[in-house]
Ligand binder design. Structure first.
Ligand code: PLP
Length: 389
């Protein structure tokens, strides 16, 4: 008996293509395909990270603790009950209501995303026309520059001041001069840890016409929040994530909070069904367990103080004040690259080498971990930097 040609059995048995793929990519230099990629995209550096395995992982500002087992079990039970063959809700109303209550805003102004990175992208995609300017401090989270370039915007970095403090006057001046469409402020700022001074976002709103995007990925660890400003201005967008303080980087959940009219437009820039059923359940569970998770934030803040104090006592290092769950140091006597390598090879401690850019020459970023992590990295740096050069 013959089967119709598209029957599943046939499809499984037959290779998709009978073309011999040849010696993989070696036959072509990719030039024809590359010619179709936008030059502005090719000019950007990709967001990549090489992260060798290490005993102590202090390179991505994650929580040092996995989520509590009871929370995990609740999420797994909810995932088991969910229908996996159905698309998830765009945004379950109960979750939006819980998020609105948690952040003190209205559910109509909450947008959920597959990590807050997706909402940075949606915000820029729905606001930037080709050639529009985005102003942001420098150094800051590299994704803002990358996405601005990919979307055809012009990125205008404004240097942070001495000790990486925010230079609010310079940001306002640049945004006004360049007629910036968007100003992106990450506070506390990755990778420096600097927090915006009180009143800075208010000034940017008053003195510029830009959309002010406040990426508060690390706000739970310190510094002011722009959330109260949502009531007074439709030019503020606040981004939050469950990847840091709530310890769920692996599940990818973030949100944007904005005026409902703006949130409705930002939603057009994200993909439908962007948050899967397991992550939706995990976000709801994290809010139910918020007190337990907040206790962990307090512990990280304590350990940040210990780490800062121990490293500040080492004459071969400069330590910058941090309001986040990481600390930036500058190596004054040894090449940062070498210190990074020795921490990894000799002590099994992986930190982030951010020293490639000129503003961060000789700098390393260390995520705050457990008390044992803090002791281990401080002991190791004490030994490494005590050696004569
Ligand atoms: C400033 C900043 N914003 C956003 C993110 C990413 O957050 P998410 O995991 O929610 O995409 C990071 C991650 O390191 C970050 O440093």
């Amino acid at each position: 008996m013959s089967r119709p040609p598209n029957s599943p059995t046939d499809a499984a048995a037959r290779p998709l293509s009978t073309l011999d793929p040849g010696p993989a990519v070696g036959a072509s230099d990719g030039a024809e395909g590359l010619a179709l990629i936008k030059p502005a995209v090719r000019a950007q550096s990709a967001y990549t990270l090489s992260a060798p395995a290490a005993r102590r992982k202090l390179n991505q500002n994650e929580s040092p603790w996995d989520v509590p087992p009871t929370l995990k079990r609740e999420v797994l039970a909810a995932a088991e009950r969910a229908a996996w063959h159905r698309y998830p809700d765009f945004a379950p109303p109960e979750l939006l209501a819980a998020l609105a209550e948690h952040y003190g805003w209205t559910a109509e102004g909450v947008l959920v995303g597959n990590g807050s990175n997706e909402l940075i992208q949606a915000t820029l995609a729905t606001t930037l026309e080709t050639g529009d300017v985005v102003v942001a401090p420098a150094p800051t989270f590299s994704l803002y520059r990358l996405l601005t370039g990919v979307l055809g915007g012009r990125y205008r970095p404004v240097p942070l001041g001495p000790d990486f403090a925010y230079d609010v006057d310079a940001l306002i001046e640049a945004a006004a001069r360049e007629r910036a469409r968007v100003v992106v402020l990450n506070s506390p700022n990755n990778p420096t840890g600097s927090a915006l001074p009180e009143g800075a976002v208010e000034r940017l709103l008053e003195e510029t016409g830009a959309l002010v995007v406040c990426d508060e990925a690390y706000q739970e660890f310190g510094g002011p929040t722009a959330l109260p400003l949502l009531r007074g201005s439709s030019r503020v967008v606040v981004l939050r994530t469950f990847s840091k303080a709530l310890g769920m980087a692996g599940l990818r959940f973030g949100l944007a909070l904005a005026h409902p009219a703006v949130a409705r437009e930002l939603a057009k820039g994200k993909l439908p069904y962007n948050v899967n059923v397991v992550t939706l359940a995990a976000a709801a569970a994290a809010l139910r367990h918020r007190d337990e998770l907040a206790e962990r934030v307090r512990r990280v803040v304590e350990q940040r103080a210990r780490l800062t104090a121990r490293l500040a006592a080492l004459p071969a290092l400069a330590v910058y004040p941090s309001a986040a769950n990481f600390v930036l140091i500058r190596c004054l006597r040894h090449p940062a690259r070498e210190v990074f390598r020795r921490l990894l090879d000799e002590y099994g401690i992986l930190v982030r080498d951010v020293s490639a850019s000129s503003e961060l020459a000789q700098c390393l970023r260390i995520s705050v971990g457990t008390a044992e992590d803090v002791d281990a990295v401080a002991d190791a740096l004490e030994r490494i930097t005590a050696e004569e050069r």
